[in-house]
Design a protein around this ligand. Sequence first.
Ligand code: ATP
Ligand code: MG
Length: 673
Amino acid sequence: MAREYNLKRPEAKGSSGIDYAAELNEQQYAAVSAPPGMSLVIAGAGSGKTRTLTYRVAYLLDQGVEPKNILLLTFTNKASKEMMERVRGLVPRDISELWGGTFHSIGSRMLRRHGEELGFTRSFSIMDRDDQKSLMNTVIASCDIDTQGKRFPKPDVLISIFSLVVNTADTLQDIVELRYPYFEEWMEDIQRVEKAYRKKKLQINSMDFDDLLVLTLKLLQKDEELLRLYRKKFRYILVDEYQDTNHVQCELIDLLVGEGQGLMVVGDDAQSIYSWRGADMGNILGFPERYPGAEVFRIETNYRSVPAILNLSNAAIRANRKQFAKELIAARPAGATLPALVPVEDPSTQAQFVAQRILDLRDEEGVELEDIAVLYRAHHQSLELQMELTSRGIPFQITSGLRFFEQAHIKDVGAFLRFVTNRKDEVSFKRMVMLLPGVGPKAADKLWAGWRKSAVAKEEGVPASLSETFLALPAPKKALKQWEQLALTMDELVAGGEFARPSDMLFSVLEGVYDEYMRESFDNYEHRRSDIEQLMSYGEGFEDVQEFLAQLSLMSAVDGDPSGRRSEPDPEQLTLSSVHQAKGLEWKVVFVIWLTDGMFPNGRVLDAEDEDMLEEERRLFYVAITRAMNELYLVYPQINPRSYTGDVIQRPSRFLDDCPGELIEEWRVGGGW
Ligand code: ATP
Ligand code: MG
């Protein structure tokens, strides 16, 4: 007869002394203290989902669970760092053995240990975008593609295409047909390059970002023993922002969760905003079916926002058909003010309003800059504001991307203007000519040497014509057509013996040379094109190109450092962010700008007339306004006098139509100059 011997759970080590029931509401507490098993917390914005996960980790540790048995997956490294800090604050013990991070970081950790099984060594390199680009160049060259005549997609574009294949589970064929129809004729070659790229990565022992996900999944699918090991290790798996997982991430979790493990995912279907990158809201909605018996917790209280803001959020999302209808109730007491709806005359008035209001908030109401954020749909919509803030000396950080003038495409078009006004500017000359096919550093040197000797190069003032000299230079064979085009564009910049107006110059560069280049070189062509259009609008304010260029240089030298680098991050600064980047975060005061049809919702979505895409835009709007704790400003310009895309008169965002008048207070902005 066998003897029964039961292991007892060891005494809780570092009991945190947290009063869970007091610091959490009933649903949160139920989720935090649930016995191991499958659970889903699905709840609206600001209801404490992230807080629930944090307390859950603390609770598990309090129960004696070892940190090494916990896996915590979050959307960004920053979020995970913050969460770990909060846990450390709650539970004073060493949690370095807890695996916390993004899917990518966890993947890379596993692959470091076991990558051999897939043919990599432990010291594999992780390629960033630049590495990827140069590798892709090598691969394309090795594939012997006949690129005479029509141009083959540039590395950047191919990288994006291949990444979409991985993240959406669509085929290469579908992705090209649907999203890059103008490259369809290259289909076979693209397929060849894809294969060769994969082979090459293995050969040089390097992985790209997507590999960190896909190969981790492959590894665990392939090696059952290893999978068993990790299942044993990660007894508790917790995932934040689950609504934005894609199919690889979802499969990875499903695979890692075996018998007897605990899985808790939290998310909000109304905040799913990454479907364009392959995220699938179906993962969260289908969770109860994939895990029968899973406990579902719903939190109906919002702790973040004052009731006035919450009422508006509830109203804003109501129009979406595809959702679990939720009505959040505010935990916070009512404040005095309603969210502000602020129509302003034009983009520059918008920037002035935001800047001035921010100063008022700081100086009169004691709100710190770090508690204020300005959110927008697309990075380029922050342009005027960046300039206004810079000229008023209001410090800000931008999380949506590079500062406007540090972006490659802005510098590229700027190089044309710089060069015609200063024909000794070697850097701008080279930057410009290297945009042409087949012109690398060597060819650029040669061209420059030829140029320097010419008569026009030495002339001061406005040259009569540049094209003659340009056409006499030794242009590479591959670029003959483009070279001619470039030469003609140069003449447009100095037409009639004087410099053209800055915005006209930009227009010539864009239409003559740069648009084609952009289309072939960048994955996010439309964005970049609108950036340049935005720059053209800004240029409208200048007659003189040199003055315009001087202004641009000053703008890129924000923070007093001409390199644009900041030595120490200034804690006292305002945040400018795209809505996507603002996910999961909160500020006391939030401004949402550019709320016009075509900007937010995005014009491409309106053109596509696709209801699902419009619903995602609406969720994005919901994410934006639910970031605000105390004050919310919804701002839109009524005219865009320099709109290059169409109408000058702007229609207020259709999302504002869903906001009933009694929930909002309209502000009339007057005065100014
Ligand atoms: P999002 O959907 O935007 O990610 P969330 O559901 O993750 O939001 P949290 O960020 O966890 O929400 O919480 C929002 C705010 O409400 C935080 O400041 C948090 O500390 C506070 N909060 C949440 N629950 C409670 C509670 N029970 N008591 C007091 N404050 C709470
Ligand atoms: Mg959250």
